[in-house]
Design a protein around this ligand. Structure first.
Ligand SMILES: C[S@@+](CC[C@H](N)C(=O)[O-])C[C@H]1O[C@@H](n2cnc3c(N)ncnc32)[C@H](O)[C@@H]1O
Length: 276
């Protein structure tokens, strides 16, 4: 079922809010031992996808720039690498690239702009203003790795070595494709622990409590269909109530509890919910 690669192991090619690398071993140990296709409808940086390396996968995200980048890495990685090598890490150049309208660029230029901004912007955040324009300031990093050739090629090889469907759509559409025996991993924008503690705004559409309720209904439908379903979210009473009756594990993760980087603490801030 799982493919192994003799080459470099692929890893997320963007820094992404909610990235799962810290919890990857816990996630891996909770994956069902066998399943048909792998679905990741909120793929983001795809940490579990790259770690698990399933042989059949459907990934999707509502973020158009991100999904375009996955497709370009799969189909046109060498052109992308050449384009990434041309970027400069200066504020003037950054704000010029940021000001470009991605919709008028070619898919390669668009992916190149997206990865460049991700590597050089402040904190690697993805944030848009009300008009849908990326609005994160320049990050002032000394030597950001704008073009990680080795990893981009590894990601490309991996995406070409499996049967994969890459979609830019709402997670509900992706879930309609799942059938009995498939494994779905949901890593949605988290329910905020407090109004200011969490970052759930990835684009113009907030993920509200109503969205969390709808997602839990879809989780139940997939369960009834005979799918294996796993979901990450924050450890709040609201979330635990929504998934009552399923296996809920509390997971500790390092989290900033203070604006100072050295004030980190292990907190039971997340839950991992499975129907198996
Ligand atoms: C918590 S992040 C996923 C992080 C990812 N697992 C990783 O390792 O980087 C949530 C993702 O959901 C996407 N998203 C938000 N609302 C969505 C929706 N309605 N349908 C599909 N994707 C959505 C965001 O663009 C974001 O990439």
């Amino acid at each position: 079922m799982l493919l192994t690669h003799p080459n470099v192991k692929p890893k997320p090619f963007v820094k992404w809010a909610g990235g799962k690398r810290q919890l990857i071993n816990i996630l891996l140990s909770n994956v069902p031992s066998s399943f048909n296709r792998y679905f990741e409808p909120f793929v983001g940086g795809g940490a579990l996808l790259f770690e698990l390396q399933p042989s059949k996968a459907t990934i999707s995200d509502i973020n158009e720039e991100l999904i375009n980048a996955y497709s370009v890495i799969k189909d046109n990685v060498e052109e992308l690498i050449s384009s990434l090598k041309k970027h400069k890490n200066t504020p003037e150049y950054y704000y010029f690239i940021r000001s470009l309208n991605p919709k008028v660029l070619t898919p390669v230029e668009r992916a190149s702009r997206f990865i460049y901004l991700n590597k050089t912007c402040f904190n690697g955040l993805y944030r848009e203003n009300s008009k849908g324009q990326f609005n994160v300031p320049f990050g002032r990093y000394k030597n950001p790795k704008i073009c990680d050739e080795e990893n981009l090629r590894a990601v490309s090889r991996f995406l070409n070595s499996i049967e994969i469907t890459i979609l830019n759509c709402d997670y509900k559409k992706t879930c309609e494709l799942a059938k009995s025996g498939d494994f779905i991993y949901f890593d949605p924008p988290y329910h905020p622990i407090s109004k200011t503690a969490s970052f759930t705004k990835y684009n113009r559409n907030d993920f509200s409590e109503k969205d969390q309720i709808e997602l839990s209904e879809i989780f139940r439908e997939l369960d009834k269909k005979g799918c294996y379903v796993m979901l990450s979210n924050s450890n709040t009473d609201f979330i635990k109530k929504l998934y009552a009756g399923y296996k809920i594990q509390e997971i500790s993760a390092n989290r900033f509890i203070n604006c100072k980087a050295n004030k980190r603490k292990k907190l039971n801030v997340e839950v991992l919910i499975t129907n198996y």
